[in-house]
Write a protein that binds this ligand. Structure first.
Ligand SMILES: Nc1ncnc2c1ncn2[C@@H]1O[C@H](COP(=O)(O)OP(=O)(O)OP(=O)(O)O)[C@@H](O)[C@H]1O
Length: 312
């Protein structure tokens, strides 16, 4: 658990984060959104003390991060940024091994961890371990950046616009992979983004920053249902509200009994994509299949329309 308690950061007279209090539950994804300059990065960086707060405290599992030695913070908190921040003169394997080497792990343990992470991020070790960052595509560099952040098995992963530089297709894949990895490793993720679609896709909870203040912190559906301020409403986009609701849940969660013609949708498909497929193919219902191909039932236009309506 991360407890942010009355945290403030000032640069001279400029208050860039103002008295923010929020609790981040373990094994969840929290996404920080807001306009440029609203204090998102500063808030994120106070968690691992890359930025020292002016006042307030942050506790990790009950322990004040101010009293933790640097090596302990590095072990507990991974950090991945846009542009990946890879060391250009170190190989992929050496980049991933950075924190374990700093922590003094023995060679065998480091090699095993590097191999495990390369496999997890779908990077064939025989092809990639010895390459340098400039010999990788943007998407591959991004994966190495996240693998490096996870190398010391941190409980917490901080990500600052990690997918900002990726094209839409690679970005969607990177988001899906991140959710898979998060479920597998049960890491607590705090991620900053400008992209509301990304926020709704990834978040268990969204924190909205406006001019240094935390103006709303809640589940995505809560933000749609009860935006705390006009700013939150604008950020979500009034005309996007039904689609935001549908993007939060999967087709699997909207399955109804019955059969339907057409190509089955994988159960992990978002309800938004399911609706889009129905509109596009002119069907009122589509079958939904589990990962093993078993048909679970169907989603219907009527069912999804109900789910897209303003929650009561
Ligand atoms: N080291 C610094 N010295 C002075 N001012 C700073 C410093 N770092 C950040 N700021 C100011 O603090 C404010 C918040 O910056 P921050 O990077 O946290 O915003 P952000 O919401 O992450 O913005 P963006 O989305 O553009 O990255 C900005 O006005 C910025 O100019």
């Amino acid at each position: 658990m991360i407890e942010i308690d009355g945290i403030t950061k000032r640069y001279d007279d400029n208050t860039v984060v103002n008295n923010v209090t929020m609790t981040i539950e373990p094994r969840t994804v929290t996404v920080i959104v807001g306009t440029s300059g609203s204090g998102k990065t500063t808030l994120l960086r106070m968690i691992n003390r890359l930025v020292e707060p002016t006042s307030g405290t942050i506790r990790l599992d009950g322990e004040d991060n101010h009293t933790m030695p640097g090596y302990e913070l590095r072990r507990r908190i991974g950090y991945a940024i846009q542009g990946h921040g890879l060391f250009p003169h170190r190989t992929v394997a050496q980049n991933i091994a950075t924190v374990p080497v700093l922590l003094g792990w023995d060679r065998a343990r480091i090699d095993a961890k590097v191999a495990e992470l390369l496999a997890l991020f779908q990077l064939d070790p025989t092809l990639f371990a010895a390459r340098f960052p400039h010999e990788l595509s943007g998407g591959q560099q991004q994966r190495v950046g996240v693998a490096r952040a996870l190398a010391a098995e941190p409980n917490v992963l901080l990500m600052d616009e990690p997918f900002g530089a990726l094209d839409p297709i690679i970005r969607a894949k990177a988001q899906a992979d991140l959710l898979d990895i998060q479920r597998l490793l049960k890491t607590t993720i705090v991620l900053v983004t400008h992209d509301m679609d990304e926020a709704f896709h990834l978040a268990d909870k969204i924190a909205v920053m406006d001019k240094g203040e935390l103006v709303q912190y809640g589940a995505p559906a809560e933000l749609v249902k009860n935006p705390a301020t006009e700013f939150v409403e604008t950020l979500i986009g009034a005309s996007e509200r039904p689609f935001r609701l549908l993007s939060i849940e999967t087709a699997g969660e909207a399955v109804e009994p019955g059969t339907a013609d057409g190509k089955p949708l994988p159960e992990a498909t978002s309800q938004r994509d399911a609706l889009s497929e129905m509109l596009w193919t002119g069907r009122h219902a589509l079958p939904v299949a589990a990962a093993d191909g078993r048909i679970l039932g169907r989603v219907t236009l009527e069912g999804l329309t109900r789910r897209a309506a303003k929650p009561q």
